[in-house]
Design a protein around this ligand. Sequence first.
Ligand code: NAD
Length: 419
Amino acid sequence: MSIYTGPVFEMARQQFQVIADHLEIPEDERDRILYPKRAIAVSCPIHRDDGRTVVYQGYRVQHHLTLGPTKGGTRFSPTLDIGEVAALAIWMSWKCALAGLPYGGAKGGVAVDPYAVSKRELEAVSRRYMQEMIPFVGPHIDVMAPDMGTNEQVMAWFMDTYSMYQGCTVTEIVTGKPVASGGTEGRREATGRGIAYLADRAMQRLGIAPGGATAVVQGFGNVGSVAAATLAERGLKILGVSDHTACYFDAAGLPVDALLAHVGKHGVLKGFSNQLAFDPAELLAQKCDVLVPAALERVIDARMAGRLQCRVLAEGANGPTTPEADEVLNQRRDEIFVIPDILCNAGGVVVSYFEWVQDLQQFFWTETEVTDKLYHVLDRAFGQVMTRAEKDKVPIRTAAMAIGVAKVRNAKNTRGLFP
Ligand code: NAD
């Protein structure tokens, strides 16, 4: 299984070994659960604006097909490789199983820097990627969604490209679309809202009142910006934010609405303020009640884990905490309440599931219905995870992953091994 390499895949593999040991899964059953069912690599040639032809590498990994279609985001990132995509697909599987969704995990993407191409070039890459993927995806086979570097517009291009080839509109081929193109109310906000909701649940358990509490958010894209806005709505003071262009901190609290307006206009945080500029390498280590890493994976290593001064670590990003950092956090269990990624950011795929269901039925819900149902699913998962952590006396991440992995394993075992 040597095509899956690199630090992110190694991290997913190590995490799985911990859970497999905890669940006492026999050695000869482990590879069947861990390794992806399918991996697709495609070349995406496009014309650049200057007339040159360039080829971008695209991937899609479908982890398991046991519970239904596969489901997962599409990442546009210059350093993307198949090991990273596979790790993200595997995490999607545990996440969907934990939330009780009828999906296996998938992930895909293109090794392109979305900030370094024009809008026309981005559309060309998006359409070409979807066109190359048509033989391998479908509303009952594999359903794409946004992830880092992609957004509602990219999903609309994906949906349009797929539909053109089918000869009819197939909204249910992707989720995270604009509402005007068959998307659901509340999808764009779902991941960030879910993070804020679960952070609130954690604060309740710790006896921290949201009014007067503080938060720091790394990453100010779809997930980070909505998490910051929703935490602020719930009464928290946002002390620090960052993206790949700038980092700001103010002990008195940042003006979140003004930051959102700036990013809405300029696309990035850069240029908002000189006075509030802060060292991005120090942001995660600032004292706060809720820390939300909502950008890249592996930003909290063992050293940073020892320096964290938050009460709640709400993992908005996928895989922000390395296994070595986890060991440190396990020792600091009484100080820091970890809401692990597969639970904390599950709001996105939960509402993606709602979007898919609505598209299949052509029957649409209000934003209140969507958000109420989202909180209901997250509440159930949070309760199950906390009960399991307390019963088995294990860290919260172990409990969350154990529930997800056990569901996939049970489904595989009851279906049996074909032929
Ligand atoms: P996005 O592209 O909308 O935003 C990413 C943000 O991270 C941007 O603000 C970017 O500037 C910032 N960033 C990049 N490099 C950075 C760095 N070195 N330091 C600080 N900030 C940096 O992506 P997104 O959809 O918000 O996804 C963010 C994370 O959340 C990813 O890990 C993704 O897998 C995860 N996630 C997303 C969703 C979703 O619904 N979009 C759902 C679940 C999990």
